[in-house]
Design a binder for this molecule. Structure first.
Ligand code: FES
Length: 155
């Protein structure tokens, strides 16, 4: 199998997301999420012609950013909220179909999450996207807010 193993398919919950880190083609770290894709094309949706195809593998992968405000994370570190097969942005309540990334409701309605290519083989999920390299599990650790909140502690 070409590509880097992210996690086991069994680790991807039905009602939330798994957070991990990738590096893009200029080496910048970004967050991505895996989400169960068990509902592939159940209610049809409206074909737009540009709709990314569901992988049908049981899992979909998206960059961890809302399409309304792209610095806002869907998964803030403990899994993104979901309802009825849709990811919910906690900030202003946008809904994104887990399998297509389509925003069906909210301020960015009609937009799509950015997809990463993943492949499932023998129960393991691999990152098989030429534009991204797997870095590790969990969030990107560089939070200026954290630094600011501890920098004025004096002893
Ligand atoms: S930032 Fe996600 S809906 Fe506004």
């Amino acid at each position: 199998m070409d590509g880097e193993r992210i996690t086991a398919l069994s680790e991807v919950p039905d009602d939330s997301t798994v957070l991990f880190r990738v590096a893009d083609d200029v080496g910048e770290e970004r967050e991505a999420i895996l989400v169960a894709d068990a509902v592939a094309a159940t209610d049809g949706g409206e074909p737009t012609g540009s709709e990314p195809e569901s992988s049908g593998d049981g899992v979909a992968c998206w960059l961890n950013y809302c399409q309304h405000l792209t610095h806002i994370k869907l998964d803030k570190g403990s899994g993104a909220p979901m309802r009825d097969g849709e990811l919910i942005c906690a900030n202003h309540g946008a809904y994104f179909e887990a399998d297509t990334g389509y925003c069906s409701y909210g301020p960015c309605e009609g937009a799509y999450l950015t997809d990463l290519e993943v492949t499932v083989s023998e129960g393991e999920v691999y990152l098989t996207d030429d534009e991204y390299e797997f870095v590790g599990m969990g969030p990107v650790e560089s939070d200026d807010l954290d630094r600011a909140s501890t920098s004025n502690v004096e002893f």
